[in-house]
Design a protein around this ligand. Sequence first.
Ligand code: AMP
Length: 549
Amino acid sequence: MDATAILSAIACDEQALGFMEHVTRHVSSVQDYVLQLLLEANAGTDYFQRHGLHGIPTKEEFRRLLPITTYSDMEADFQRLADGDESKTICAARVLEMLTRKAPYASRGKSLQFFYVRKPGITSGGVTTTSGLSGYFTSPAFRQRKLDPESGYTSPDQVILCVDYQQASYCHLLCGLTQSQEVVSIGAAFASTLVRSLKALKDLWQELCVDIETGRVNDNIVSDLSVKHAVNALLKPDPKLAALVRRECSKSNWRGIVRRLWPRARIIQAIVTGSMQQYVPAIDFFSDGLPIASSIYASSECSTLGVNLSPVCSPYDVRYSPFPCFVYYEFLPVSSSSSSSPSRDDLVQLAEVELGREYELVITTRAGLYRYRVGDVLKVVGFKNSMPQFSFVGRAGVLLSVDTDKTDEVELHTAVTTAAAVMAKRNRGDVRLLDYTSRVNLSSQPGHYVVYWELSLDAAMESMEAELRKCCSVMEESLSVVYRRNRREGSVGALEIKVVEPGTFDRIVDHVVFVGQGSIGQYKTPRCARDPAVLRILESSVVESSRAR
Ligand code: AMP
């Protein structure tokens, strides 16, 4: 970099920092301004008129007249947009694309990012539907970005845009390995995708080594022509690298494999908060403790909702900053969000949230979502100037209930991770929980909670059944007072843990992707399995089970 470039980069950074100081000191006025812009931009929409807002609504009218909404309240409007209705339904601008429920981020050097897109859908009205992440990768903003040969992704765009997960996954690994000396960061949108991709390396390294040695991609695995050409253009025969990969991958201990194969990698990038936290031990294992940057909190409803201003902090201390210029934020205190119809009077503004309290996030966006419940619970854990900062708590709502007990995702997650930690300690770390889900079994009385666990066993356990029984008790002790009372009184039966065979959760992802219910890049294991096909996969894979006494 020459002196002029350095000075210009510094000026750019100073400008960004100055902007950050400004918006975080004036949270309330920036939010007022954002709301005013939203209301002006969408004046005259059907949605406003239906709610008695004519002309440009005032902030006071917005507060008084617009209800809190969820997906089902908006479904008819979304359907009109999908049908191609070009009138001003919920927003004044023409809708070109609809995002159906991530965003990338990436130092000098290349980044091996396991990004995947899914095939876009098309509504009867001709509107494209896609996921947030897929939408970004297929957008002109991504395709026409300035390319820098010394940075950017190891995979060519054709690989990122390949809708066949198996081919894309293989090529991400191949391109990442062949440029291993240039890779400074490794990641995926979500931690689950990263762990799945690294686990795939265990199955694929032999084929990958042949391709590295010959400089040609395996035709049996990669059949997509554009992908094959793009990857072949990057390859040249490299027997030395192939030998190194073979040596490292054939070792029985895979701890630190990331550092051994990508020696310049300095950081892991993936969302590891909320339910993704369970993947931190696996990432630590593969990377031997490289720092993990969990940089953003985002959703398809509005792209970025919060950024982590200390991206390399411990994954357990991540706090997201909702910059007041991103969107118009409101918050439902958790006690009122759990009532079936919370009142708009319960909503508090961004500048009004209190330290230590939990809130459900409600947003108003330029694209026509008004007072919309995103479904996430956030906790206020600090402030940057007057801008609150949040930790991600989990999804709102109840997951499991047999009687009057109501167990949400956060309670279940705490119970599962507490029990798994006890089991790991009793077995000197030879056993780790890889993934889990749950359901309620009401087929026998009283009904009971069933929790499915997939484990990684580095050594056989002496008595798995007894260990699991112990874990069932630990989980029950960790659940709510109401759950424990119901158990004592007999209205809820003993909790059951069922261990499923290795690879079961991968088969579930394959199924979900295959039937078009999700995209690999955005897949998050549902903590309560309701889909009969998923339940069939789980039940047919059970290898051991046990119940609390
Ligand atoms: P999607 O709409 O499919 O893009 O998924 C958005 C959802 O993913 C959010 O509403 C959250 O539930 C979850 N999510 C996104 N970012 C994070 C994060 N940083 N930590 C935990 N969960 C997240």
